[in-house]
Design a protein around this ligand. Structure first.
Ligand SMILES: C[S@@+](CC[C@H](N)C(=O)[O-])C[C@H]1O[C@@H](n2cnc3c(N)ncnc32)[C@H](O)[C@@H]1O
Length: 259
């Protein structure tokens, strides 16, 4: 699937986007020695948090997007953290990892049944696999994406492009990981981000969920598509009494300690 990420657009809501990653990091009692990898590291701000939390360990950030990696290198340098271009779907560690971490990236990879146990296999005994994925198929912003993409104007061009699907549920993740793990902890959190701005959910989604569609449209088509989506998503998220917009996001967290 083609995706063109713009790190500056993505980072517009950095504090809100990082919150689930920080919530996950605080739950990881990492004691076993060894390296850390951040899969789908994006612009590297969360990878930097991993390095701050465990400064003595080698940390690698892996991402498919050269633009995201360039931003990460520019912001955080190349010495303390190594940045690698790679696809989570096929990424293979050179050595087993104490922590394989991924925040808001694994939903871009579809075959979790193969990928998740493969990642668990790359963890050192007593190490951790920790990831967070949004669960948003039914959310208003996804409904608006589907309505736009499937409308008469865009269906021919875009209906075949990737469409977000919810990940498997906690019970299925549990069964997938328990053969590899001494413990599997899974929880779901609802975030209600109080966003400022005229159409802030649009501004948020332009930096993430729309990237597969924007990458296959011409500049003129992009403008038209964004206008269409912007109008729909603005109606779906009315403002609160104080003028802010509540952006509801459900996210699943999975934390497995290797046997
Ligand atoms: C929503 S951003 C999350 C970035 C970062 N983890 C964070 O928490 O801010 C998703 C990132 O996953 C990357 N990505 C998507 N599919 C990927 C794949 N198959 N392999 C590696 N990275 C991928 C994108 O390039 C993007 O940087």
């Amino acid at each position: 699937m083609s995706q063109t990420w713009n790190p500056d657009v993505y980072l517009r809501y950095e504090s809100y986007r990082s919150r689930p990653a920080l919530d996950l990091i605080t739950q990881i009692p990492l004691e076993v020695a060894g390296p850390i990898v951040d899969l789908g590291c994006g612009p590297g701000n969360v990878t930097r948090r991993l390095k701050d939390q465990w400064p003595d360990r080698p940390v690698i950030g892996v991402d498919l997007s050269s633009d995201m990696l360039a931003k990460a290198r520019g912001e955080y340098g190349n010495t303390e953290i190594q940045w690698q271009q790679g696809d989570i779907e096929t990424w293979q560690a050179n050595e087993r990892q104490a922590l394989i971490f991924s925040n808001a990236a694994l939903h871009w990879v579809t075959n979790h049944v193969d990928v998740v146990p493969r990642l668990a296999e790359m963890v050192i005994p007593n190490g951790w696999l920790a990831f967070q994925i949004p669960v948003t198929e039914q959310s208003a912003y996804q409904v608006c994406i589907r309505e736009t993409v499937q409308s008469d104007r865009w269906a021919d061009q875009l209906a075949h492009v990737w469409m977000y699907k919810d990940p498997m549920g906690p019970d299925a993740f549990y069964d997938l990981l328990s053969p590899h793990s001494q413990s599997v902890d899974i929880w779901v959190t609802d975030y209600n981000h109080a966003l400022e701005g005229d159409n802030p959910v649009f501004d948020w989604i332009v930096g993430t969920g729309l990237t597969p569609y924007l990458s296959v449209l011409s500049e003129t088509e992009k403008e038209e598509f964004l206008e269409d989506y912007s109008a729909r998503v603005s109606c779906a998220y009315p403002k609160q009494a104080n003028g802010k917009t509540l952006f509801f996001m459900k996210r699943i967290f999975v934390l497995a300690q290797k046997r």
